[in-house]
Design a protein around this ligand. Structure first.
Ligand SMILES: *Cc1c(COP(=O)(O)O)cnc(C)c1O
Length: 347
């Protein structure tokens, strides 16, 4: 049994998802003639109460397109220091949009309205870049799957409105936040100008993200997607997986969250575990006393795989393909694990 807790992106389509994919009607989506893609886009736009949605091959491309739609070269966006758009999209903010990032020192990847307001450059002070956009992430990735307090989001929205700033949500794991906080997609659609959501993380589709917004900003999205190389042809097979996932794989995310909490409880009892970050959703971040590399390789020898995140942090992510049977086995292995802190190399 191989247990892969590296990310919730490692899932494979289920048998019934594959059936839905195989029976999809398709067409050339670059001509907007793929009925399944069109259906997915309409459905997601409706969920969020927005005019339009556009299917993208990846979450990074959807975020990068959004940033391009909101900004002009030379301008600046505000985000938390852990933001995916800054840390994990290959420097795309500067490469694609010629935009700089003003990074805030938030809590678990989340920032406050007060912090945002203090970071806005005065628009008439032409020496500094013009602040144009605020990007939030919910749930946070590097922040350990943390969920925003929706009241704080509304306060940030007010700041954006007052200062004429765009408001984008990187909602790659928004589904995880929604099932945890019992909030609705419509609430999010009301406050954000653009939202990207991912179908291939917790939802288990093999590919795809969707960017959502009103007509005024989205009318250029298809051109930006084309420029980024994201125009796809008979991609309704993939959209069908997304539609299937939206119907069947949102509510079950609570199971991933429950397993994550249970793993956290076991970790807290282990003598070599120094700290376990709070667990809101499906991401577990912890630190250990000893070499992370040794821990990773000793677990890998037991067919249990996960990543280090740098700065001494280790991460497990639960997901659709992490079954109850794997979970029970993993908890047993963890409980009885003796960590060999020092491994002598053979020369
Ligand atoms: C995974 C992820 C993305 C998008 O990643 P892709 O691999 O490009 O699909 C964007 N934002 C966050 C917070 C993510 O975790």
């Amino acid at each position: 049994m191989i247990i892969d807790l590296r990310s919730d992106t490692v899932t494979k389509p289920t048998a019934t998802m594959l059936e839905a994919m195989m029976s999809a009607s398709v067409g050339d989506d670059v001509y907007k003639e793929d009925p399944t893609v069109n259906q997915l886009e309409e459905q997601v736009a409706q969920m969020f109460g927005k005019d339009q949605a556009l299917f993208f091959p990846s979450g990074s491309m959807a975020n990068q397109a959004a940033i391009k739609l909101h900004t002009q070269p030379g301008e600046q966006l505000i985000a938390d220091k852990f933001a995916h758009v800054y840390n994990y999209e290959g420097g795309g903010v500067s490469f694609n949009s010629g935009v700089s990032c003003r990074l805030l020192d938030g809590h678990r990847g989340m920032i406050t309205a007060t912090q945002v307001e203090a970071a806005i450059n005065p628009p008439d002070f032409y020496h500094s870049p013009l602040t144009r956009l605020v990007c939030l992430e919910n749930t946070t990735n590097k922040g350990g799957g943390a969920c925003y307090d929706f009241n704080e989001i509304k306060r940030i929205k007010k700041v954006c409105t007052r200062h004429n700033l765009g408001f984008h949500l990187d909602g790659a794991r928004l589904w995880n936040a929604l099932v945890t906080t019992q909030e609705s997609a419509l609430q999010y659609g009301e406050v954000f100008d653009t939202i990207s959501v991912c179908l291939s993380k917790g939802l288990g589709a093999p590919l795809g993200s969707v960017l959502i917004g009103d007509h005024k900003i989205m009318q250029n999205a298809i051109r930006v997607r084309k420029i980024l190389g994201g125009g796809m042809r008979q991609v309704g097979y993939m959209a069908a997986a997304g539609l299937y996932a939206l119907e069947h794989h949102i509510h079950r995310l609570v199971e991933d969250h429950k397993k994550a909490k249970e793993i956290g409880e076991v970790l807290k009892k282990l003598s070599f575990v120094k700290n376990v970050a709070p667990i809101d959703t499906n991401i577990i971040i912890f630190t250990i006393d000893g070499s992370e590399e040794n821990f990773i390789s000793q677990m890998a020898a037991k067919n249990i795989h996960f990543y280090g995140m740098g700065q001494g942090k280790l991460r497990f992510v639960t997901h659709l393909d992490y079954t109850q049977k794997m979970h029970e086995h993993f908890l047993e292995v963890l409980t009885s694990f003796t960590f060999k802190k020092r491994v002598f190399k053979k020369y």
